[in-house]
Write a protein that binds this ligand. Structure first.
Ligand code: HEM
Ligand SMILES: *[C@@H]1O[C@H](CO)[C@@H](O)[C@H](O)[C@H]1NC(C)=O
Ligand SMILES: *[C@@H]1O[C@H](CO)[C@@H](O)[C@H](O)[C@H]1NC(C)=O
Ligand SMILES: *[C@@H]1O[C@H](CO)[C@@H](O)[C@H](O)[C@H]1NC(C)=O
Length: 522
């Protein structure tokens, strides 16, 4: 029982209900048998190299009890003891963590096709329509079809260019809102989130939220996305003891379903309206993603069969994959440059030179702002917003560095730790955009010292969109306003783990207008 209660404490179990105890103990025994069976079958054959080293674990639970919820720092610590490839037993599940450029290359380049699969956590299955989206789909024809639609059509540079008016409109709204809050504290991440969210929603189905609704619905969405990210990053007993899945021990099944429902209601509504219009013969020639997907579904050429579930799952990918990743990056960048007035000054000077004091920033300015780009790169080095990538899962065993990575294990690539490795980076903990000025590193994932968007087949599909949005928002925030920390508050840059990394405490800052022409703020 002590063991059990430690377990629950460790995993933050609430609402523990004692009359299920017997059931659970029984199931744990069954799980133990499963575990040892697994262990037996996973044991590499005589000739193949051994499993990587790792911290000792307990029977049944493996290393689950000692998991620190801040997985990225915890894994970095273990790598210092056990080396660049180590293993952990999460209940009956074997996790392999890699923490060096050469190991990352093994997974993401040399054996890219083998590792292009996902090990889908229960939370993801519950949250993404059974995993029929891009992020969680196994490597195969369905994933390839969805990804092609996304990369070639929805998120291509041409499409993004043609939708610039949407981003411009939302950024102006943000500026107007900030202008109305001049002199009082503003939650910077929330503003960035609202703006990204509105941009994504407008691109998807032409709708965005305004006025009073902007605040309430935005806040609700942000909470929902944050909750999803937390649920996805949280070790789930159901994943590690398949026998226990149906009990949903952590009692958050309802929570996840409620989150999904909030999105699903909106999806149902916009898709329903669109289909109704079509049925009434009022063809809708809007150029948004939804219409594009619905047309594709109608056309249904022989190779692509897109269902309504796919459409919804793709919309979910865009909303969840694109929103807080980008807005958290803007928030970290703002916090870092406010912390370093000389960096802030340099960014503002660069903007003044290129944009001028009588103009708003336009996206066409962005390619002339190398220092700003260096700020974004340095922000994503220190705070890669997907710190362990999305877990990969090999479809067959491979070996590297004298160790075996067995088929079906859950592989984490600790890009966060590689980005802070003192053998690669000089003064790794210091925020210094200067190091990115020589354009040696980019977002393509070709260099395994720096790959905030991943690398290979599963690299982020949203890079062009992320780059535009983050740079554009950031440039606007610092060109249009000066920012100060409220009296008596301290700027804090610490992080909180989730499948997306976020600031532990929100960045709250006071804007004052920088440009003299008041029309620019209307
Ligand atoms: C600063 C912003 C962003 C960062 C740091 C980021 C990072 C990442 C990373 C690390 C992965 C996983 C790569 C892997 O599995 O190895 C990923 C996957 C993905 N991202 Fe992003 N991302 C960002 C923005 C976006 C945006 C704006 C979108 C879409 C609008 C997006 C959509 C996706 C999708 C759909 C996947 C799954 C790809 C697949 O599994 O095939 N991301 N992203
Ligand atoms: C754990 O998995 C169950 C399904 O087995 C799911 O309903 C629940 O939301 C998951 N919990 C967390 C914390 O991810
Ligand atoms: C298409 O539908 C959207 C909302 O469903 C609406 O905002 C837009 O005006 C429609 N476009 C046309 C051309 O009917
Ligand atoms: C903005 O801040 C800079 C540096 O702190 C200062 O020199 C400048 O006067 C400020 N501009 C306005 C309009 O307050």
């Amino acid at each position: 029982m002590i063991l059990l209660s430690t377990l629950f404490q460790n995993l933050n179990l609430e609402d523990w209900c004692s009359d299920t105890t017997n059931l659970i103990v029984a199931t744990l025994v069954i799980s133990a048998i499963t575990w040892y069976t697994w262990l037996f079958f996973l044991k590499p054959k005589a000739q193949s190299p051994p499993l990587p080293p790792g911290p000792p674990g307990l029977p049944i639970f493996g290393n689950l009890l000692s998991l620190d919820p801040e997985l990225h720092t915890y894994f970095a610590g273990l790598a210092r003891t056990h080396g660049p490839i180590f293993k952990l037993w999460l209940g009956s599940k074997l996790a392999i963590v890699v923490t060096s450029p050469s190991m990352a290359r093994h997974v993401l380049k040399d054996n890219d096709a083998v590792f292009a699969n996902r090990d889908v956590p229960a939370a993801a299955r519950a949250g993404f329509y059974g995993g029929s989206d891009i992020v969680w789909n196994p490597y195969g024809p369905e994933w390839r079809m969805l990804r092609k639609v996304c990369v070639l059509k929805m998120l291509s540079a041409t499409t993004l260019d043609s939708l610039y008016h949407i981003r411009r409109n939302e950024v102006s709204k943000m500026v107007r809102h900030l202008q109305s809050r001049v002199g009082s504290p503003v939650n910077v991440g929330e503003q960035a989130f609202l703006t990204v969210m509105n941009v994504i929603m407008s691109m998807m189905w032409g709708g965005s939220v305004e006025g009073a609704e902007r605040e309430t619905m935005g806040a609700e969405f942000r909470e929902a996305v944050a909750e999803m990210s937390a649920l996805l990053g949280k070790p789930n007993l159901s994943d590690f003891f398949p026998g226990l899945a149906r009990f949903d021990l952590q009692g958050v099944e309802k929570q996840m379903q409620a989150v999904v429902l909030r999105f699903d209601r909106i999806f149902e509504k916009v898709i329903g309206e669109r289909l109704k219009m079509e049925a009434e013969g009022k063809g809708n020639d809007s150029k948004d993603f939804l219409q594009f997907l619905l047309n594709l579904k109608e056309e249904g050429d022989s190779k692509t069969t897109l269902s309504i579930t796919h459409v919804k799952a793709l919309l979910m990918d865009m909303l969840v994959g694109g929103s807080d990743t980008s807005s958290n990056t803007v928030e970290f960048a703002m916090a870092e440059i406010m912390h370093k007035p000389e960096v802030m000054k340099r960014v503002q000077d660069e903007l003044e030179g290129v944009v001028g004091k009588d103009n708003m920033v336009e996206e066409s300015h962005l390619h002339k702002l190398p220092y700003l780009l260096a700020v974004m790169k340095e922000t994503l080095r220190l705070h890669p917003t997907v710190p362990l990538l999305v877990p990969h899962c090999p479809s067959e065993a491979t070996s590297t560095g004298g160790y075996t990575i067995p088929k079906g294990s859950r592989v984490f690539v600790n890009v966060w730790a590689i980005h802070r490795d003192p053998s690669i980076w000089e003064k790794p903990l210091e925020f210094d955009p200067e190091r990115f000025l020589d354009a040696k590193w980019d977002f393509s994932g070709n260099d395994f010292s720096y790959f905030p968007f991943g690398s290979g087949r599963r690299i982020c599909v949203g890079i062009p969109m992320a780059e535009r949005s983050v740079l554009y928002f950031l440039a606007t925030l610092v060109h249009m306003f000066n920012w100060t920390v409220p009296e008596g508050e301290k700027l804090d840059i610490s992080e909180k783990f989730g499948i997306t990394l976020k600031k532990k405490t929100p960045l709250v800052a006071i804007p004052t207008p920088r440009l003299s022409n008041p029309d620019l703020y209307q």
